[in-house]
Design a protein around this ligand. Sequence first.
Ligand SMILES: [Zn+2]
Length: 216
Amino acid sequence: MSCASKSKIQATQVSGVNLKWVGVPDNQFKENLELAFKRLNVFLEDEGLSQKPVQKLIDEVIHFESKKLFDSEIKRLTNGQMKTVPKTYVAVGDDGILRTISLDAYLKVHPEHSIKDFVNILVHEAAHIFHSKTYGNDGMGPVWFFEGFAIVAADQYVDEVTLSKSEMRSIAVAKERGNYKEYGFMVRELQKSHSLVGMLQKAKDSPNEFTRYLGL
Ligand SMILES: [Zn+2]
């Protein structure tokens, strides 16, 4: 590959959202992205969270042909603080911008996964953008909650773990990042007694009372 084609950046639009290609464009990606938006919109509407399409909250989607190109962008964004990008870090939704590696690159990282898992990741990252744009970066609640919310929105890790009430309590007060499967379980379990819209609002309005509000 020549240097010229490596640095080639082209742009297009998908359901009104700007889509930028870093490296070779993948036309099938547009369909994956449209499906992800559609799924998230159905979820948000079902939960009474939004009447407007999530696309309105997304400023830009950037598609990286390879994990290598994605990693250099992440290093640039973190001002070199992240020296090595974890192997499984393949997409991020932050400040209205959704960045992702291509499906081909994703399947190299996760050979056992399918296109559905890839679309799930797009839904997950778009859900983070919905969350931060609607409730503010500082109003997203603890890590277990905002990750759990995105996991539930993206229909990931269903029925993979079970936790007791006291295990949930220790995860809710833990300082360090934990297991995403557990985060997903917790939000699903709490949905049995609390509405998602209520939890999102409480996490923003009264972060200090959040754990107590949830009965944890
Ligand atoms: Zn996430």
